[in-house]
Every structure is written in structure tokens, then in C-alpha cells.
Write a protein that binds this ligand. Structure first.
Ligand code: PLP
Ligand code: COI
Length: 365
């Protein structure tokens, strides 16, 4: 057997969990707690390239304490979902796009670029072995987590000469426990997530670590999430710690506005999908800079009627309330607006196979 032209060893678990035990584990999965039974690993060395591909039982990795990624953060990951359709079929949403972004993130972090066909074949193989782990419960999915990190046990600061690709899958419930209830956001006043020339557009471990203190500050102020501003002028809206932001100007033809991809925010695949769906629905779409002052003014004038966050984990979640220092504003009536609802419904319908897929986003497995 092969993955994208690489030979692979396949060792399926000999005694899979019983249906009853698996169903019990899948009942309240949380996020990243309940993993499927297999994992796939591929090693890379500077001299030998990609090698030793293996599908085997999910379990711990043994790492030397000097493993470079643990110290210096040379590590990237991806996240996308596998959905079960109403007819029982199983499909991944845009895995090729994640494979491309994984390569781009790797390039930025001086990690080797896994070929797209290896990535996609690996996903097919893992999901084919763990088909029963694709949930049928509404709102539950199988979340695919590819990871690539510097595994060389040596602490000189330079690109690692050994890396490990690890592909796992876990059962995911809705990321926000309150479902479609709008979230509140805190505008970071002194923490920044990413600066020009930095790693903001890469999906690398360090970006998430860097955002935690700001997220904690948001929580202290009674908000669910943090909004990061640009590092230079501290005016321009970028994104949340793990989601992109879209704004809706209501009217006969709704207008969707989202920060342009400046290199300091993650090019979200949900963002891209929603902009495409918005155009398909006849909405106007603008990718441009938008300042936090404009956000406040446009909400207060009634021009901006809705805002929402989007990402693989969160899908699409309305933003109801914004706090910036002592100022705060409520978007629309603080609930879920009609444009947000229409986009969410259409996206989920495509993902679950309930609506046509004109852009070929689903990959049946
Ligand atoms: N922004 C950040 C920082 C993220 O971590 C994510 C999540 O993956 C997103 C945006 C949304 O990206 P995507 O829609 O590809 O999941
Ligand atoms: C995702 O949306 O899939 C992410 O990777 C971001 C984070 C909330 C886990």
C-alpha cells in the first residue's frame, strides 16, 4: 500500500472497541479529547526525505526531552472536519486546501513541505480505517488534526534535520457550548497576535501560545473571545485567536466585509468558503482594512447590522457584543441576524451533503 507514492505499513488494531463502548465515548466528546482508534505517522530526515509511513493504533509518542519543537516551537498543524451526510456517506471538507496551507505554514517555519497527495491520501486512509468514528449526532463531526514538528533531539537553534508528521482524528462537538448563542468579544488593547513579517499567516503552535494572555484578559472582562488588532497602528481589525471575523452591512443587497489577508492573519478556509457562498447568494463582498473605530461607528449608526466569527471548530458564530476598554456596543439586537443565519445554514448544508456542492468542496471517503 502507498500514500501519495510513499510506501506505508498498515497495522490495524486487532481488537477494535465494541460498538457500545465507542458510542459511549462519542456521546460527550468535548474538543480534542476523544480520539479515533488509529493514527498515521511519517518521518522526515534531511538526508532521507519522507519515510517510514505507518498507520497504527492511536497512542502516546515517546520523545527525547531535547526534542527541538518542545523548546523552540518549530511546529505547525491543521484542522478540518469530516462530515456524515444524511445518507450515511462520509466526506472531508476541502482537505486539499488544508494540505496547501500546511505546506505554506511549513515553509514559514522552515519545516519540510509534505506533498499534497501524501496529505490527502493519508487522510483518506485514516478515515477509511476509522469510519465508525464519524458521528451521526447533529453538530458532531470527526475533526482531522495533522501535525508536523521538529523531532530532532538537539538544541542548536536551526531548522531541525528530523521531523515527524502525525495525523490523528477526534470527535468534536460544537466548539461553543452555547451553540448559536452570540459570543461577546474583547478588543485587545495592548497584546498583539502577529506583526508584519511574523508568523500570523501560518498555522503554527506559537501563535496560539502568544494569544493566551489576551484571551485570559478577555475572560477577566467577561468576554468569550479576544479580537486582535494590527501591531503597527493598533487600529485595524485582524481576527480572533482561532477564528476570522466577518461583518454584515444589511440592506436590499447585504454587503459582507472582512479584513483583507495582509500576511498577519490566518487565511481561513471557512472564511474563503463563506465569501464564495456570499457571492453565490448575490451578496456584495469586500476584503479590505476595517478599523475598530469604524466598527463602533457603523454599529452605532445602524449601517452594520451583524458580525460573526468563523472557523473550522466554530463553524460560524454570531458576535453579539463588543467591549473595548470602557466602551461597549451591541450589534443589531445582540442576537443572530438573518444574513449570518443564511450563510451558516448554506455552509452546513454543503458540508453535510444536503445542498449541491457546485465548487467541489467535498471529498468522499
Ligand atoms: N484564524 C485562526 C487564528 C485560526 O486558528 C483559525 C482556525 O483554524 C481560523 C482563523 C479559521 O480557519 P479555518 O476556517 O481554516 O478553520
Ligand atoms: C479550528 O478552528 O479548527 C482551529 O484550529 C482553531 C482552534 C479554535 C482550535
Amino acid at each position: 500500500p502507498m500514500v501519495g507514492g510513499l510506501p506505508i505499513t498498515i497495522e490495524p488494531v486487532s481488537e477494535p472497541l465494541s460498538d457500545a463502548v465507542r458510542r459511549e465515548r462519542m456521546r460527550e466528546p468535548g474538543f480534542g479529547r476523544v480520539f479515533s482508534e488509529h493514527m498515521l505517522t511519517i518521518r522526515w530526515t534531511r538526508d532521507g526525505g519522507w519515510q517510514d509511513a505507518s498507520l497504527h493504533r492511536y497512542g502516546p509518542l515517546v520523545l527525547d526531552p531535547a526534542t527541538s519543537a518542545l523548546h523552540y516551537g518549530q511546529s505547525v498543524f491543521e484542522g478540518f472536519k469530516v462530515y456524515r451526510g444524511a445518507d450515511g456517506s462520509v466526506a472531508a471538507f476541502r482537505p486539499e486546501a488544508n494540505a496547501e496551507r500546511f505546506r505554506a505554514s511549513s515553509r514559514r517555519l522552515c519545516l519540510p513541505e509534505l506533498p499534497v497527495d501524501v496529505f490527502v491520501d493519508a487522510v483518506d486512509l485514516l478515515v477509511a480505517h476509522d469510519h465508525e468514528w464519524v458521528p451521526t449526532a447533529p453538530g458532531h463531526t470527526l475533526y482531522i488534526r495533522p501535525l508536523l514538528f521538529a523531532s530532532e533531539p538537539e538544541l542548536v537553534v536551526r531548522p531541525s534535520e528530523e521531523c515527524l508528521f502525525v495525523l490523528t482524528a477526534f470527535v468534536a462537538a460544537d466548539y461553543f457550548p452555547r451553540g448559536l448563542t452570540p459570543v461577546s468579544v474583547w478588543v485587545a488593547d495592548h497584546f498583539v497576535r502577529a506583526a508584519p513579517g511574523g508568523t500570523g499567516a501560518a498555522k503554527c503552535a506559537a501563535n496560539y501560545a502568544a494569544g493566551l494572555a489576551a484571551q485570559a484578559e478577555a475572560a477577566e472582562h467577561g468576554c468569550d473571545q479576544v479580537v486582535f488588532l494590527d501591531a503597527v497602528e493598533r487600529r485595524w481589525i485582524e481576527e480572533l485567536g482561532g477564528m476570522n471575523l466577518l461583518f454584515v452591512y444589511g440592506g436590499d443587497v447585504p454587503r459582507i466585509v472582512t479584513p483583507e489577508l495582509t500576511g498577519t492573519l490566518l487565511p481561513g478556509i471557512t472564511r474563503d468558503s463563506l465569501l464564495t457562498i456570499a457571492r453565490d447568494l448575490g451578496y456584495a463582498v469586500e476584503e479590505r482594512r476595517i478599523s475598530v473605530d469604524e466598527w463602533e461607528a457603523d454599529v452605532r449608526s445602524g449601517a452594520m447590522t451583524e458580525a460573526f466569527a468563523c472557523g473550522t471548530a466554530a463553524v460560524l458564530t454570531p458576535v453579539g457584543r463588543v467591549r473595548r476598554g470602557d466602551a461597549q456596543w451591541t450589534i443589531g439586537d445582540g442576537g443572530t441576524g438573518p444574513v449570518t443565519a443564511s450563510l451558516r445554514e448554506r455552509l452546513l448544508a454543503v458540508q453535510t451533503g444536503a445542498a449541491p456542492d457546485p465548487h467541489g468542496w467535498l471529498r468522499r471517503i
